[in-house]
Design a protein around this ligand. Structure first.
Ligand SMILES: Nc1ncnc2c1ncn2[C@@H]1O[C@H](COP(=O)(O)OP(=O)(O)OP(=O)(O)O)[C@@H](O)[C@H]1O
Ligand SMILES: [Mg+2]
Length: 431
């Protein structure tokens, strides 16, 4: 679980509850010491937290518990946000660290925004997207997620957001996917209340023409995600939310207010699952639809695979436009472009020209500055066939596979995932 930990004195219960509720409404789960608990339990909560918020008050400034909680958070390198909870004059150990205090419990929205920003940075969402088909979105989403999981941070969730659900079919036998989808243990449960939330409901997948706008609490992770890798503190977890054809119903719906509710539920679901993972990767569909808008609004970064050819320039040009059209400036995802299927022996003229900015004008934005340094080579290793009864993990190059040239392919994925980690503002254990 990652969450905001609220450090507080004994005298600010009202502020504490108000803050807790405001954070929850913004999709940031929060925990705090209940005062009765043992220090080791508080310590464990702090270690698992994404950030700490300190209610600065007469009591908290004198509390040895708060003091040791702050010391622990500092040692963990966590972001700490001080918030004024009363008019007490700053003193003691808090004086030094809270001297630039800007937030107050009297004005929660700016504080909640600041906390949400840190929380999102700790558990970011990346959407692998290009409005051009067959360019390697599914390949990059899955292989990069697995490499990131193995080398950077170990709790990663893949979401199959394409109604064609190639990603799901690539890793799981058809029957297993069908059974899970029939029980709504799949992507539709991020959008609508389903049997993953309440067993006796009719599945929203069976109601093509209507949208369920009933609000719901996101289902626990185990009810919706499927494991690609064992789930232990040391191996970590690489999970996948299965895709399904039925989410294409949103592209056909004319129920504007219903779609609005479904979109809001989806964004809430993603905020909730952030707390369970270090990274969420969406594999998206190649057409601009309602789903594209949802993905763009949920994501912190768009990762666009691109081939080294002239047609791909049109794809990124359009993608950049769609990003600008479908998002507002305050919540616009960053764009990174990753060359895929490049010739291995030497850099092509096209790649060199793109890196040198030759096509910036043609695409209408600063493409050369959005290009990742890494490039993924063309390799037969990406054409994963896999036998039906193979464990899903066998299709991930970071974990398995043999044969000539595999090392170079793995290295390119490793370089790309370390670069992605840096772009996301992360420290990488592999760097
Ligand atoms: N670097 C690569 N080297 C060789 N083959 C690749 C590479 N990347 C992808 N491929 C192959 O290209 C084909 C298309 O890839 P993929 O399905 O990932 O594209 P996509 O963008 O997700 O397609 P769609 O738009 O249909 O969702 C697949 O057969 C895949 O194995
Ligand atoms: Mg695909």
């Amino acid at each position: 679980m990652s969450h905001a930990f609220i450090a507080h004195g004994a005298d600010q219960l009202d502020s504490l509850l108000k803050l807790h509720e405001a954070l929850r409404a913004a999709g940031v789960p929060a925990q705090y010491s209940d005062g009765e608990r043992r220090a080791d339990i508080d310590a464990a909560m702090i270690d698992a937290a994404s950030l700490m918020i300190v209610l600065v008050s007469y009591d908290s400034m004198r509390s040895s518990d708060v003091r040791s909680q702050i010391i622990r958070a500092k040692r963990n390198g966590m972001t700490i946000i001080p918030v004024r909870a009363d008019r007490a004059r700053l003193s003691g150990f808090i004086k030094e660290f809270a001297k630039d205090i800007v937030h107050s419990v009297e004005a929660l929205p700016p504080l909640v925004d600041a906390a949400q920003k840190v929380y999102r940075q700790v558990s970011p969402v990346v959407a692998v997207m290009n409005l051009k088909g067959g360019i390697g979105k599914t390949t990059i989403a899955s292989q990069l997620a697995a490499t990131y999981q193995a080398s950077v941070q170990n709790r990663v969730l893949l979401i199959d957001f394409d109604p064609q659900y190639n990603l799901t079919q690539l890793f799981f036998p058809g029957q297993q996917a069908d059974e899970a989808i029939a029980a709504d243990r799949s992507v539709i449960s991020l959008f609508e209340k389903s049997r993953a939330h309440q067993a006796d409901l009719t599945s929203p997948a069976d109601q093509w023409a209507t949208l369920s706008t009933t609000p719901f609490t996101p289902a626990p992770r185990a009810k919706i995600a499927h494991s690609l890798l064992g789930d232990t503190p040391t191996t970590g977890r690489l999970d996948i939310v299965f895709g399904q054809f039925e989410i294409s119903k949103y592209a056909f719906s004319t129920d504007t207010s219903g779609l609005e509710a479904v979109r809001a539920s989806f964004l809430r679901s993603i905020e909730y699952y952030r707390s369970q993972y270090d990274l969420i990767v969406l594999d998206t569909n190649p057409n601009a639809t309602f789903l594209t808008r949802c993905a763009l609004q949920a994501t912190d970064r768009v990762l666009a695979p691109m081939h080294t050819d002239i047609y791909s320039l049109r794809g990124v040009r359009l993608l950049n436009r769609v990003i600008n059209d479908q998002t507002t400036q305050d919540r616009r995802p960053e764009l990174s472009v990753l060359f895929n299927a490049v010739e291995r022996r030497e850099q092509s003229d096209f790649e060199a020209d793109t890196r040198n900015g030759v096509f910036n004008e043609q695409v209408g934005f600063d493409l050369s500055s959005k290009l990742m340094s890494a490039a993924i080579p063309k390799s037969r290793h990406f054409r994963i066939k896999g036998k039906e009864d193979d464990a899903p993990i066998k299709r991930l190059l970071a974990h398995h596979g043999r044969g000539g040239g595999l090392r170079q392919v793995r290295d390119s994925m490793l370089t790309a995932s370390v670069e992605l980690a840096t772009l996301l503002g992360k420290q990488s254990s592999a760097s």
